[in-house]
Design a protein around this ligand. Structure first.
Ligand code: ATP
Length: 702
């Protein structure tokens, strides 16, 4: 036995607790109309997870709970427990007994239990499918629904067949794989969209960053060019200095020597003995003054003398005296512009002689008297005269000295001027040299500053210059080419701009994200491929198993058909047809040949014939698929005597492997079963169950 026991609590018409044991393979349930027989089939369905109210023949969930018109006898919940023997492992569970239980309360909360442990509906559906108890299959056939297999579409038929062929689990796997595939495809699309979204940003970041990557290369090139350029520039600067090649120290030495000579010569010509010079000059000046003073004294004396002589000589006419005086005045006036003392003295002597000759004649007494005085004056005059002569001599001497000195001075002075000229020339050279040096230093400084700006070391350039100027130095043309290449390189760098670390960080981050998304897409694509393969394999497996099963079913189907219809033929035919969408799906058609007629279409069969075809197919299915349990509600109602007999015989044969629970009014069926349960409706509206003997059952059924 597979189904060992059904325990009902307040389910539909079964008030309180009702236990039905199934100790044998073939059990019939009999009873009058409306006694609650079909409620047992509903109970089995419900416990196996049925969700359709229609299939359970209720309007709502709470209709499943026993309710009575009598006061206080309405229950708060309904519960059905099915106890299975699992020694043959129809359920994929490691229990020798499996209990499936469902419970509903008035609030319509459904609870499911597997071996009294709370579980999900999904678990119940999965393990029932594994045990070929799928609700869409043929294991539980409601009253009047055996012909359903003929009425449904070919695709629905295929689903029903698969359920009982135990392919449901493979289908569940396939559906799961398809669901996963769909999710993976959706996710892959989403991630690809995300990746696509960041791609333009990543591209722009990459452009920026790769431009900065160029910086290093440009800088490296630039350093090489600049090094060469600066070595050449250094050469040019050094050349400037080489242009003037005077020896600084030597020139300075020369100037010093010249200065010494100039000093020496200056001292020699008395330039440094100015005191002496001044003395001589003062002497000459003083002496000249003394002479002039003496001349004045002499003039005064001569005038006295003249007056005395006039007094003595009255013969001298007034006119001639006047003439004499004006000539004297003229003579004296002519002295005034003169500076030469000798000339002055000569002229004075002449004036004196003229005067003497004018006053030389005439003696008288008065003259005699005056002669003494004249003689005195004469003596004084002579004295002054000799003094003047003496001083003139001295003056001449001094002047001679001065002239000599002046000549000497002139000569030496010219020599000194010459030396001074030489010195000035050397100075100018030195000055020029200093300017050149200044310029050189400035250029060198500028050069070093530019080197520093370019990040180069002066020592390095100098070293290259010293070691390999032969190879490094280039033509002017090449030099200006270097210059423009440097300019171009620097412009390039300026255009690229300065590295922005935040952009680089962002680039890394976005790249990581992009790579991460790519990795995810790759993973998903791999999963998609795997799932596609799995789905294909499952499809093939289902296909193969299904095809094999169809072959076997057809064999049995045909046998049962020929047995019941006394000949003819029947078979299932697979065909691919369009579903409501565009997809092609497999469906199963039924083809029959009724003997002695040309009828082929199922629609043209009578109601009884239809039931017979359906039963033939059901038997074939049971035989092929090794279904452990079959619950059928009055499928034998439409059979005539002959067919009822055949039906019960076949059933008997099948129950060697399959457990049957059959609700029936058919006497011939009742004859074939081992245990009969009778059901009646008691006064309070609840169903009661009891075991019956065949005769009792027949009586009850009637
Ligand atoms: P038939 O031989 O005519 O097919 P049956 O024996 O199969 O009849 P069922 O359909 O199983 O009868 O039982 C129907 C009976 O169950 C009805 O009398 C109905 O009132 C009763 N019933 C259904 N639901 C409940 C419920 N929730 N509480 C009480 N009785 C209920």
């Amino acid at each position: 036995m597979f189904l060992k026991q059904i325990i009902l609590k307040n389910f539909k018409s079964f008030a309180g607790k009702t236990v039905l044991d199934f100790p044998v393979f073939f059990t019939a349930i009999v009873g009058p109309n409306g006694s609650g027989k079909s409620n047992i089939v509903d109970a089995i369905r419900w416990a196996l997870g049925e969700q359709s109210f229609k299939n359970l023949r209720v309007a709502k969930g709470s209709d499943l709970i026993f309710s009575s018109s009598k006061k206080n006898s309405t229950a708060g919940f309904a519960e059905v427990e099915l106890v299975f023997d699992n020694k043959q492992s129809f359920f994929p569970l490691e229990f020798s007994e499996v209990s499936l239980m469902r419970r509903i309360d008035r609030e319509e909360n459904n609870d499911y239990y597997l071996n009294h442990q709370s579980c999900r509906l999904k678990d119940i559906i999965e393990i029932s499918a594994a045990a070929k108890l799928g609700l869409k299959g043929f294991s539980i056939i409601n009253q009047g629904s055996v012909e359903n297999i003929l009425k449904v579409s070919s695709q629905e038929r295929r689903v029903m067949l698969e359920e009982n062929l135990g392919l449901k689990n493979l289908e569940i796997k396939e559906e799961e794989a398809k669901r996963k595939l769909e999710t993976a495809l959706v996710n892959s699309d989403k991630i690809q969209a995300l990746r696509q979204e960041i791609l333009p940003h990543l591209r722009s970041l990459k452009r920026q960053v790769s431009r900065w990557e160029k910086i290093e290369r440009i800088k490296e090139d630039l350093v090489i060019i600049e090094r060469k350029y600066f070595v050449n520039l250094y050469d040019q600067i050094l050349k400037e200095k080489r242009g003037s090649s005077i020896d600084f120290n030597q020139t300075k030495q020369k100037i010093e020597n010249l200065e010494k000579i100039i000093k020496e010569k200056s001292r020699e010509i008395g330039l440094l003995d100015e005191e002496n010079d001044k003395n001589l000059e003062t002497k000459i000046k003083n002496l000249t003054q003394e002479i002039i003073d003496l001349q004045n004294q002499k003039s005064l004396l001569l005038r006295d003398l003249g007056r005395k002589e006039v007094d003595t000589d009255m013969n001298i006419s007034r006119e001639s005296l006047g003439e004499q005086i004006s000539s004297l005045k003229k003579g004296l006036e002519s002295l005034l512009p003169l500076s030469d003392l000798r000339e002055i003295k000569r002229k004075i002597s002449k004036i004196i002689k003229d005067l003497e000759s004018f006053f030389g004649s005439g003696n008288n007494k008065r003259q005699q008297k005056e002669n003494g005085k004249i003689e005195e004056i004469q003596i004084a005059l002579d004295k002054i005269e000799s003094e003047i002569n003496q001083k003139n001599k001295l003056l001449n001497n001094f002047q001679e000295q001065q002239n000599q000195k002046s000549l000497n001075f002139k000569k030496r002075f010219q020599e000194i001027e010459l030396k001074r000229g030489e010195k000035e020339a050397l100075y100018r050279e030195l000055e020029r040299e200093e300017i050149l040096n200044e310029k050189f230093n400035l250029h060198l400084e500028n050069f070093k500053r530019r080197l520093k700006e370019s990040g180069l070391e002066f020592e390095e350039i100098e070293r290259i210059y010293q070691n390999s100027k032969e190879t490094e130095l280039v033509s002017d043309e090449e030099f200006s080419r270097l210059e423009s290449r440097i300019l171009k390189g620097k412009q390039g760098l300026a255009e690229i701009g300065v590295e922005d670390p935040t952009v680089i960080a962002e680039y890394k981050e976005v790249t990581n994200r992009y790579d991460f998304l790519t990795q995810q897409i790759n993973d998903l694509n791999k999963a998609i491929e795997d799932l596609k393969i799995l789905i294909k394999e499952l499809e093939e497996q289902i296909e193969q198993k299904f095809n094999e099963a169809i072959l076997e079913i057809n064999n049995q189907f045909n046998n049962y058909f020929r047995l019941i219809f006394n000949g003819g033929s029947a078979k299932l035919v697979q065909k691919k047809e369009k579903t409501n969408g565009e997809n092609l799906a497999w469906g199963v058609d039924i083809k029959v040949n009724i003997p002695k007629t040309k009828l082929q279409s199922l629609e043209m069969l009578s109601g009884g014939e239809k039931t017979l075809v359906a039963i033939c197919l059901l038997f074939a299915l049971i035989e092929q698929s090794n279904v452990p349990l079959l619950v059928v509600d009055e499928i034998d109602a439409a059979l005539d005597e002959d067919n009822s007999r055949r039906f019960s015989e076949i059933l008997k044969a099948l129950t060697k492997r399959t457990q049957f629970i059959i609700i029936t009014h058919n006497r011939l069926t009742m004859n074939a079963v081992e245990v009969i349960y009778g059901i009646t409706l008691s006064q309070d509206g609840s169903s009661k169950v009891f075991s019956l003997k065949l005769e009792e059952a027949e009586a009850l059924a009637e």
